[in-house]
Design a protein around this ligand. Structure first.
Ligand code: ADP
Length: 613
């Protein structure tokens, strides 16, 4: 109260004196009373910090003693950066050029923001060096900054470990480790990385953990790495992401792909991440979707960092509507506005379900996490429910007519909202009017809507009900329609290799590459189906083993080359099913949904709106 009064009083004074009032104002800024030095108060006053936020008011006095481990429960946006940043600036020795504080946070955006904020707070202190260490950017610059000497390292866990692994940083002088948004870091699957990083820091450092929620895993970190931490809560405790709705659809294995597409079609504005269990399944689903005219691409561990960055860039910029990913590759994805997470296959580890679903409903938004399950997997749903403490809603796979209705109204909506380029349009308008003059307004509307709608109508007009009765499904051992066989036919075996056109292979190059490595003649090679990041090729059954042996241990540009039977369970990955010939193709033939996505024809100029990707 006293602080409020002082702050108010002096802010009146400031207003009266105009900008010159800073000098007077920061003398009375309540941060001074908390024990923050003048230089820092000057800097934060410039940033408009007139009085501490509740977490700052409570945490700063505790952290300034430097004696305790600390757990602060506070939502994002409550001012945590200054709550730990200001005490750090008070306690580090900036005459030394050695890391003394390490701040770990979940995303590169947050990492950059924290580093920038700390630099701003330290604007009037000499020799403060902060480095932001995060993935997806050249490591060279970050290493150079570290070599030049830094006192505060702000990092995302993956890149930090990379740098530790290169022996490029000395953490022996670290006195403080801050775990910011600890729950989110664990959601993203960074648990092990955090453990490894913490084990590189001195025993007697102090650990300050901030989190919006206190799930068991965060509690476990606090127990394992902290001694009698001081615990503070600001605002209401949040027990989990309440904004995620968990749904599951029961489907027969053989209908799974069709059911999946039906769900996707039922949400015309979907901007989703689809999780698969294996790299091959990821590739195949993405490939099938692309062939069926959807705007999709895959993200998995066989892609180089550069390829992954490229896919992520497209997704981030919403030039992709569906990202098909493995758990490992999707770790750390921090794209806002993901509307749906779809578990095409449930993860083996329940923990991964939390990581997956946490990719939606970020930054206060709502989201839906969907699981496609067969009857025998229903038990897994119950298990997940217990672990996450939330119930799933069982949903019916939409009927063809329902999908059509949804699409129709989406088209109508797009017609309604399309941005008309008046000037360009006016030039053509008289001609258009003339061509349509024999049609009534109703006729014109009907025809415009039908342009897109007919595809769906045609595709779904005789679409079967894909729902199954839960009891029927328990005995279901059906195979995924997506693939049901092994890679053999007509004396040929169909193989998969994790190289493709993005690696600058033409079909001829690939033929040569296969023959050279497999030490087989070109005559033994059948069809070569060159894709973006992988290739399917046929070889006669008698040379299959030669090919495996030939490619054993082969590297391509530093990446290990993997050859597998398409449709076999060979190697270290499950799945990898051969695509069945009778696969259910989507309504999107003709590629209208590709690239520009959605209903481009109706939306006119593409703009950065949610419905066009
Ligand atoms: P969190 O880390 O909890 O998500 P931030 O530290 O990023 O939150 O703070 C959120 C916003 O509030 C930032 O723009 C920050 O500059 C501002 N802010 C923080 N503390 C104060 C304060 N005491 N007075 C005014 N603005 C503040």
């Amino acid at each position: 109260m006293q602080q409020d009064y002082i702050s108010k009083k002096y802010s009146y004074l400031c207003t009266a004196l105009g900008n010159n009032a800073y000098c007077i104002f920061y003398f009375m800024n309540p941060f001074l009373e908390l024990g923050i030095r003048h230089e820092v108060v000057n800097a934060i006053t410039e940033l408009g910090f007139e009085k501490p936020s509740p977490i700052q008011e409570k945490a700063i006095p505790v952290l300034l003693t430097g004696n305790d481990d600390f757990v602060g429960l506070a939502q994002t946006g409550t001012g945590k950066t200054a709550a730990f940043g200001l005490p750090l600036l008070e306690q580090l020795d900036f005459s030394l050029k050695q890391p003394q504080a390490l701040v770990l946070c979940p995303t590169r955006e947050l990492c950059l923001q924290i580093a920038r904020d700390l630099e701003k707070f330290a604007k009037f202190i000499d020799n403060v060096h902060v480095v932001a260490v995060y993935g997806g950017a050249p490591i060279g610059d970050q290493l150079r900054q570290i070599r030049r000497g830094v006192q505060i390292v702000v990092a995302t866990p993956g890149r930090m470990l990379d740098i530790i692994g290169r022996n490029a940083i000395d953490f022996s002088g670290v006195r403080y480790v801050v775990l910011d948004e600890a729950d989110e870091m664990l959601n993203m699957g960074f648990q092990e990385d955090i453990n490894n990083i913490l084990s590189e820091t001195p025993e007697d450092k102090k650990t300050w953990l901030f989190s919006a929620t206190m799930p068991r895993e965060v509690r476990r970190i606090a127990q394992k790495y902290m001694t009698d931490p001081v615990e503070l809560t600001v605002g209401t405790k949040n027990t989990g992401n309440e904004n995620i709705e968990h749904q599951y659809y029961l489907t027969r294995g053989r209908d799974k792909y069709a059911a999946f597409k039906r769900i996707v079609d039922f949400y015309p504005d979907i901007f989703g991440i689809v999780f698969c269990r294996t790299k091959i399944e990821t590739q195949e689903i993405a490939e099938a979707l692309i062939k069926d005219g959807y705007n999709a691409d895959s993200l998995h561990g066989d892609l180089s960092q550069q390829q992954r960055d490229k896919v992520m860039k497209r997704y981030r910029e919403r030039n992709l509507q569906l990202l098909i990913a493995t758990d490992v590759a999707a770790r750390g994805i921090d794209v806002n506005d993901v509307t749906h997470v779809i578990n095409y296959s449930l993860p083996d580890e329940v923990e991964n379900y939390t990581h997956r679903s946490g990719r939606t409903a970020r930054a206060g938004k709502t989201g839906i996490s969907i699981a496609l399950v067969s009857g025998k997997d229903q038990g897994k749903i119950r298990h997940i429910e217990k672990i996450i403490g939330k119930s799933f809603v069982r949903k019916s796979i939409p009927q063809g007519t329902e999908v059509c209705e949804k699409q129709l109204f989406s088209i109508v909506n797009n017609v309604h909202n399309v941005e008309v380029q008046e000037e360009q349009m006016n030039a053509f308008l008289p001609q258009i009017m003339e061509s349509l003059q024999d049609l009534s307004k109703e006729e014109v509307i009907k025809r415009f809507a039908s342009l897109e709608f007919n595809r769906f109508l045609e595709y779904y007009q005789n679409a079967p009900d894909l729902n199954i009765d839960a009891r029927e499904s328990r005995g279901d051992r059906g195979r995924d329609s997506f693939g049901s066989g092994r890679g053999r036919s007509n004396g040929y075996t169909r193989l998969f290799i994790n190289l493709g056109s993005v690696d600058d292979f033409s079909r001829g190059d690939m033929l040569g590459y296969i023959c050279n490595n497999g030490k087989i003649s070109g005559k033994s090679v059948g069809k070569i189906d060159l894709k973006g990041v992988f290739t399917f090729f046929e070889v006669t059954d008698d040379v299959v083993e030669n090919v495996f042996q030939g490619f054993n241990g082969v590297d391509f540009n530093g990446r290990s080359v993997r050859v597998e039977v398409s449709g076999d369970e060979r190697g270290n990955e499950r799945g990898g099913r051969r695509r069945s010939g009778g696969r259910d193709r989507g309504p999107s033939r003709g590629g209208n949904r590709n690239r520009g996505g959605g209903f481009r024809d109706f939306s006119g100029k593409r703009k950065e709106s949610k419905s066009r990707y």
